[in-house]
Ligand binder design. Structure first.
Ligand SMILES: Cc1cc2nc3c(=O)[nH]c(=O)nc-3n(C[C@H](O)[C@H](O)[C@H](O)COP(=O)(O)O)c2cc1C
Length: 425
């Protein structure tokens, strides 16, 4: 496959040794966007973590740490985010869930509450995602306020909106596991029409939706939401390249459904604690991990992801420190080449030590056509990697910055490099 066949936006937003040195990202601190969106004028219901429906919502994207530096305080969340910029927002419809009034809500992260945007009865958003009948349970909608990320990462930010959104989907998957629920991700719906319905202008757009519930036979009535537009960033600079990339990747082509469900075998109480404490590791002490654990992690990454558009993804692993395993590069379980590539892996990750000092550095790639779906899938796999590594007592960090073409040369594969991650001790 030649590079020309890949999504144009991806080709235009590659990092290289040259681009990093000649076009450094300069931050305009006067135009820094805020990271929390709040619908002040609507009724709010604070989440009570002891209630299982509320707990399910809390574990998707709740706050779990506060950092204080002189003059600055900021919050961290269950889900990681490139540069801690959190471009995504979560909306949901709730129908027949205990302790939650039927309605369309925004998940207000800063106050950890649900904001009721509209009550529903026989009406609902099901038709907006292609269903004629009511769904009992939840329908989630993930959006991006892209300027939160493009403020720092400029044109490359659309990649991070999708990856971070994928992490939220992964977080939702983990919360479904905790609360014994099944999910189905929907990528193929009329996102533009839903953007209008939520009164988004060009600053915010939907990128995926998730059904966590049961499709019933009861007919549903389509309705207008009539909600106010709320400023979720305070500053906004339009970015034509990102808006074009979004529009150009809306149409789903030759989607392959994945009906199978994933299976995980975590102890639920221990896993809950891991989700709550998840952090990105900031440096490794260069100790090895066990081979059985590495294979266990690979199994988890390869579990199915239930969705209406399952794109093929390849997982490359640079083995730096895994006991009883030779050093080298794997593609899944297949050995590609032997050798000590730790320095090269660090260099490829924009000279970040995380890529060099890890036990394993991963590169997630795809040659697929449905860019929004495949990129969010990479984020889901990244989230599984964080939780699986943390569960086994190891650290993990996402790495969104790498020299795209040089990674391809190293992997000996003309492909789209979507994400790098490192795990270790
Ligand atoms: C898509 C993505 C890309 C990231 N890229 C990097 C990176 O290149 N280097 C790095 O040190 N951390 C990276 N991180 C980690 C973030 O900095 C981290 O998630 C954020 O600061 C929040 O901290 P937490 O994960 O501990 O909650 C990345 C995270 C994500 C989700």
């Amino acid at each position: 496959m030649s590079f020309k066949e890949f999504f144009d936006y991806h080709l235009k937003t590659k990092h290289s040794y040259f681009s990093i040195r000649n076009y450094p990202n300069r931050l305009s601190w006067d135009n820094q966007p805020i990271v929390f969106k709040t619908y002040d004028m609507y009724e709010k219901y604070e989440l009570n973590i002891d209630n299982s429906m509320h707990g399910f919502l809390y574990y998707i994207a709740g706050l779990n740490a506060k950092k204080s530096y002189p003059g600055v305080e900021y919050y961290l969340r269950m889900n990681p985010s490139a540069g801690a910029l959190y471009p995504n927002e979560i909306y949901f419809q709730s129908r027949n869930n205990e302790n939650i009034k039927d309605g369309v809500y925004h998940l207000d992260i800063v106050s950890m509450s649900m904001t009721l945007l509209s009550s529903i009865k026989d009406e609902g958003l099901e038709k907006d995602i292609g269903l004629d009948t009511k769904v009992d349970g939840f329908i989630f909608f993930i959006s991006s306020l892209y300027y939160r990320s493009s403020w720092k990462y400029k044109n490359r930010a659309f990649r991070y909106c999708l990856l971070d959104g994928g992490h939220i989907l992964g977080s939702l998957e983990a919360s479904c596991y905790l609360y014994d629920k099944n999910y189905e991700i929907i990528y193929d719906f009329d996102k533009k029409s839903l953007n209008n319905k939520f009164n988004f202008k060009n600053e915010e757009f939907f990128q995926s939706c998730v059904i966590v519930g049961t499709k019933t036979d009861a007919e549903v009535i389509s309705f207008d939401l009539n909600i106010n537009n709320v400023d979720g960033t305070y500053f906004f600079e339009p970015n034509e390249i990102i808006e074009k990339a979004y529009n150009d990747s809306l149409q789903i082509i030759n989607a392959k459904r994945q009906e199978e469900k994933p299976y995980f075998y975590y102890d639920k109480e221990a896993f809950k604690d891991i989700i709550f404490k998840r952090r990105s590791i900031r440096g490794f002490s260069k100790q090895a991990i066990k081979k059985e654990e590495f294979f266990k992690i690979l199994d988890i990454l390869n579990e199915k992801i239930t969705s209406d558009c399952d794109e093929e993804i390849d997982i490359y692993c640079v083995i730096n420190r895994v006991k009883s395993m030779p050093l080298g590069l794997f593609k899944g379980l297949e050995y590609i080449k032997k050798g000590d590539f730790q320095n090269q892996a660090g260099y490829l990750c924009l000279e970040q030590d995380l890529g060099k000092d890890s036990a394993v550095t991963f590169f997630i790639t795809s040659k697929g056509k449905n860019y929004q779906a495949l990129y969010q899938k990479a984020g889901i796999i990244g989230h599984r990697l964080y939780l699986a590594a943390n569960y086994l007592g190891y650290g993990c960090s996402g790495i969104g910055a790498y020299y795209d073409d040089e990674v391809c040369t190293f992997l000996e594969d003309n492909t789209m490099v979507l994400y790098a991650l490192a795990i270790g001790n």
